[in-house]
Each structure stands twice: as structure tokens, then as C-alpha cells.
Ligand binder design. Sequence first.
Ligand SMILES: [Mn+2]
Length: 308
Amino acid sequence: MSLASYISKAEEVSSNVQAVRRAIETYSEVLRESLRKYGEIVNLRTYGRYVFVGDIHGSLNDLKEILERYSREQLARGEVALLFLGDYIDRGEHQLEVLLTLLEIKVDYPESVFLLLGNHEGVNMIEPSPHDFPDELIARYLLRDGLEVYRHIVEEVFAYLHVAAYLRDSFLAVHGGLPVSSYRKAQSIREYLLGAEDHVVKETLIEVLWNDPIESNEEGRPSPRGAGMLFGRPVTEWVTKTLNVKLVIRGHEPCIYGYKFNHGFRVLTLFSRRGPPYFNPKAAYLDLDLSDKNWPKYVRETKYIHLL
Ligand SMILES: [Mn+2]
């Protein structure tokens, strides 16, 4: 059965505020367990297919088109792992349904589905980028219940999302980009992405969620977004060499064709929703088969990039 069937489950849950409250408790338990088992930086199996999906921003139609192409059986057998790169909410018309659909799939297949944190999924230590998610919830459940559901989602769901996915010799996936401040200093991937071995440094996490690549030989410069940095080619060079990865996969930036490459095909951006307010005519996701030894070449040739 296609994964798009989870959309009707999400619609059913969202139609009743009590059902949403109960579902959030279940999601929170499943996400906490995933975080306990895999850590902030998910390290997965070294074989099989990985499907990377970029920003959805509340676009249920685009998500549906992607989910229709995969089945519950593929997740159950561990043939396919789904990695979502964050920014499920903000701006779209069906932010809650998008979020609930992904969480329902996670509940059923916790070892085959991973949700990364986006800059819009603000956790307690980071102010969410101004987003209209509370407005959607208030319009649906009215002021008191709407704000309560919002608070529960931030504290019980967003707080337990993974920050990155990493597979040595293969890829590193984050929402925004590569931090400039911890580059060349860090002794481990955790220190590089989270700032320290035993806690999370807010400034470094902000960079992971907000940074964008820039085609430049400088290390970095402040981002015009007002948060995070633009990271240059030397940062990508250091990361691919030191952390031993061939490809950095990230979302965060709208692209006309749904994807773009930077830094000599070593940074791939995926944007997986179409239309206003970004007006990109195409959206894209990546279906990577790691059993194929030539996968980096096929990614460059866009053989593994699928368009909507
Ligand atoms: Mn973003």
C-alpha cells in the first residue's frame, strides 16, 4: 500500500483537537526513543536506498506525489529509508496535515523514517524563524486550543527531532548547511555540528539550520537572511575530507528546478515543494541507491534526482 494513505490518517487526526493532543503524546514518545537510539546525528545502515526530501512547507499535494511512489512494504522490509530535511511547516496551506502525515509514518516505521530539524521547527533554545504555523492552528482550533496545540508541538515534537544524518564514506545531511565557526577546530562530527561533545552550542546549531552555500573561495560571511552564515568552498573541502563524505545534502533554499549543486557537485540542495510563495515550477527529491558503487557519478548526472 502506498505511503500516501497516511494523509487520510493525518486528516482524521487533525479534525479533532482531542485526537491531536493524544497523537502528540504518541509522536513524542516515538521521537524520544529515536533520539535515544540514534542520537542527534543519525548514523544509518550502509546499504540500500535512501530517499531525501527537502523543504515541504505545508504543501500536502507535493508530499502526496512523493509518498505515492513508495510503499509501506518497502519501509517494513528496510529496503528504503526516508530522510526529511526539515521545514515541514510555514507558508503552506496544510502545515498540520504535512507534519502529522510524516509523524504517523514515523510511528509505524521508526527505523526507516527520520525527520531532521529545520529552522522553522524552532526548539526551545532557538527562536523559530517567524512563521505562520500558530495562525493555522488558531484558525482551526480557535485561540486557546490552537495556542496549546502549538506549544505542545514545539515542546513535545520539534524538541526531539534529529539534527543531521551522517554516513561515513557517503553523505552528510542537514537542513541548512555547514557551520563556519567550528570548521577546522572540531575534533569530531558532533563537535563540528553541535559545538561540543556533551551539550549543544546554540550558535553552531543556528548555523546548521540557517547556512547557505556561496560560490566563493572565502571561508564564510554573514548571511543576508539575518541568521547564520554563507559558507564557501574551503568549508566544504574541509568537511568532505575530514569527515570523509562525498556529498553534503541540504534543503532550506528555494531552487527553480527543485535542486542545485554547489562547490563542484559536493553540495546538493533539494527543495521539494512547488508554487507560491516561492514560484519554483519544479520540485525535486533524491532517491539514492548506495549499493551502486557509482552513486556519486549518477547523482552528478541527476540520475537519482526525481522531479515533481
Ligand atoms: Mn529553511
